[in-house]
Design a protein around this ligand. Structure first.
Ligand code: IPE
Ligand code: MG
Length: 166
């Protein structure tokens, strides 16, 4: 059993189009797929399930679709909270939380707090995530410590770098 499974969510729109449905129906179906995958991963004993849910680039989609996706995310968090806790799913978000709509940030904070004690499986949602932004942020944090004199450049290695990642 793999320790960590990562999935890039894609094809919601194409799935809906094939069935003669609207894109949002595909996104709703995507939530159902998440439920199925999460249950299976939990049952099999996968330690970490990472889902790439929404990239930084996805903000460039039509406003109605972005709004729909954010609403779907918040609604799913509200609807699934009790079951996630019951099944021991610890939810954490990886991505730029600072530049997210306030409502989404509030929902994320709640689900992270509510499931903090769960330990069966870790569900990581990559939200407003970009690997480039993550690396740049880490570099900036390291540079700040060097400027402040609390970190020497000689001590920058993989481990110190790791501690600055999301
Ligand atoms: C994945 O499905 C969902 C998100 C990225 C939010 P898409 O919306 O990318 O669906 P396709 O690729 O257009 O079919
Ligand atoms: Mg796509």
């Amino acid at each position: 059993v793999p320790a960590h499974v990562a999935i890039i969510m894609d094809g919601n729109g194409r799935w809906a189009k094939e069935k003669g449905m609207e894109r949002y129906e595909g996104h709703r179906k995507g939530v159902e797929s998440v439920r199925t995958i999460l249950k299976a991963a939990n049952r099999k004993g996968v330690g970490y399930l990472t889902l790439y849910v929404f990239s930084t680039e996805n903000w460039g989609r039509p406003k109605e679709e972005v709004d729909m996706l954010m609403e779907l995310l918040c609604r799913s968090i509200r609807n699934e909270m009790a079951e996630l806790k019951a099944e021991g799913v610890r939810v954490r978000i990886t991505g730029d939380k600072v530049n997210m709509p306030a409502e989404v940030r509030e929902h994320i904070e709640i689900i992270e707090k509510e499931t903090a004690g769960c330990s069966n499986i870790n569900l990581q949602l990559a939200l407003n995530y970009s690997s480039r932004s993550e690396i740049i942020r880490a570099v900036r944090l390291l540079a700040e410590d060097v400027v402040a004199g609390t970190l020497s450049t000689d001590n920058i290695d993989a481990e110190t770098f790791n501690t600055r990642l999301y």
